[in-house]
Design a protein around this ligand. Structure first.
Ligand SMILES: [Zn+2]
Length: 471
């Protein structure tokens, strides 16, 4: 390169590599980035993760054996709603074949697009995101820039409060003049249908240099029944870029609603013991209240009221909403395979009985072959850098929890659909009683059964992901 020539660097962080793989038309560079990402942690030498991972597995097998379990998966699943390796494996395998079948359909569309663009076929793993993005733009004519002006942060906060009001009769009254830790933080008093104080809700929504990234809910004080009752103080954190007004993408809106679902789980808690309050539930149950709440972000009656253009005040057009809905289901087979493959690997790895030494690379290769992972889709995480599994024990034999919660969430939202109203009062009351207020006072499987009248069914999740036609 000559002097003064511009040089760009792409790091392997997902926030840089993912958009690059999605939008760069340079196929050769996409391949370079893709290969470098896949091989993280799998280069021989001092930074090779594979022997460390194998050692962790040996220690986990030993830990499980000391507790009297045949495998680490058996040991870990005792404290989960799924309760057994068989239940998890049944869930994962029931999405696997439908996802592969749907991916075949999507692959045909992507191949057509590759031909139209004069790109080589069969398509490779470094082509999928790029071609999918081109197909999405063509089929749904959905441009983020077109949608964002309708989603101001303040309007979307009003929208989520409106949902909480319609479902649970909550009202949120902003409090000014409280001593809070940063000027960006806002506080609302939360009151129940009878006007009684329920708790305090804080929102810290903007990114700043000293704040960690991502979105999360945390609790400054948990609800409990002691000393005449302790009310919760709950906070939601986001990392939106501050602007006037702050405009959100639809993904951001879903994140806002997601964290608010956790927030309500903390606020609505009605248990005696602090240790069982709010979100202190089993790991494969905790995402139910949050993922469920995302559904209301797409509710037309809510969006038509609150999603108004920040300049003209015009409510969002129905046609744009429909496009937004349809785009949600696009390319879900790819996302399902990318996620389910690693979840199956995680389970298989932790189900190995005590005393099995593992060659991480060989194990992964053999499992991928047995599962028939489509090479042009691949895995979201490989065993040499699967941080969920090794950074701590919470997600060991536990990567499946997102999908488990999604089954519960999609089936729970279907209860409202069956009742013919997204805010049906009888359904909302059951949801409040058995899920949002219940903390960990009841066995989660029983709590779900009490809410739904039966065990969760997997079909609504398959429909939601577009892997199965609606009945
Ligand atoms: Zn969550």
């Amino acid at each position: 390169m000559g002097l003064g020539e511009k040089v760009h660097a792409i790091t392997l962080s997902p926030s840089m590599a993912e958009p690059f793989l999605t939008f760069s038309s340079r196929r050769d560079l996409r391949e370079t980035v893709w290969r470098a990402r896949v091989q993280r942690g799998a280069h021989s030498g001092r930074r090779d993760n594979r022997p460390v991972a194998a050692q962790i597995m040996t220690l986990r097998q030993e830990q499980a054996q000391l507790h009297g379990y045949a495998s680490y998966a058996d040991y870990a699943l005792v404290d989960r709603m799924a309760a057994s390796t068989a239940a998890v494996s049944q869930l994962l395998s029931s999405v696997w074949e439908p996802a592969k079948a749907k991916a075949d359909e999507d692959r045909a569309l992507l191949t057509e697009m590759a031909n139209a663009l004069g790109q080589p076929t069969p398509i490779a793993a470094w082509d999928w995101r790029y071609l999918a993005q081109r197909v999405r733009a063509q089929r749904f004519e959905l441009d983020e820039a077109q949608v964002k002006p309708f989603f101001t942060l303040d309007h979307m906060i009003a929208a989520m409060f409106d949902c909480a009001q319609r479902l649970f009769g909550l009202s949120f009254v902003e409090q000014h003049g409280l001593a809070l830790y940063h000027p960006d933080v806002r506080a609302w008093e939360v009151r129940g249908p009878d006007g009684a104080l329920v708790g305090l809700f804080l929102g810290d929504n903007f990114a700043r240099a000293t704040k960690r990234s991502g979105a999360w809910m945390s609790v400054f004080r948990s609800q409990s029944g002691h000393d005449g009752g302790v009310l919760p103080i709950v906070i939601n954190n986001n990392n939106f870029a501050k602007a006037s007004p702050t405009l959100l993408s639809f993904e951001d809106v879903k994140t806002l609603f997601h964290e608010f679902g956790h927030g309500l789980h903390g606020l609505l808690s009605q248990v005696r013991y602090e240790r069982l309050a709010g979100t202190q539930v089993l790991r494969d149950f905790v995402e139910l209240p949050s993922q469920l709440f995302e559904n209301w972000a797409l509710e037309p009656q809510i969006l038509q009221r609150h999603a108004c253009h920040f300049e003209s005040g015009e409510p969002i057009a129905r046609a744009l909403l429909d496009k937004l809905q349809a785009a949600q289901r696009f390319n879900q087979a790819w996302a399902t395979i990318q996620y389910t493959g690693p979840a199956l690997l995680d389970l298989a790895l932790h189900a190995l009985p005590h005393g099995t030494s593992v060659d991480i690379a060989a194990f992964e290769e053999q499992q991928c072959r047995a599962l028939g992972i489509p090479p042009d889709i691949g895995l979201r995480h490989h065993l040499a850098h699967f941080q969920h599994l090794y950074a701590g024990s919470s997600y060991a034999a536990g990567y499946y929890v997102y999908m488990w919660a999604e089954v519960l969430e999609a089936d729970a939202f279907d209860a409202f659909r069956e009742a013919g109203d997204a805010f049906d009062q009888a359904t909302a009351q059951r949801l409040l009683r058995h899920i949002y207020s219940a903390g960990n006072r009841e066995d989660p499987a029983q709590a779900f059964r009490a809410f739904r009248g039966r065990d969760a069914r997997i079909e609504p999740m398959l429909v939601k992901r577009g892997l199965r036609a609606a009945d």
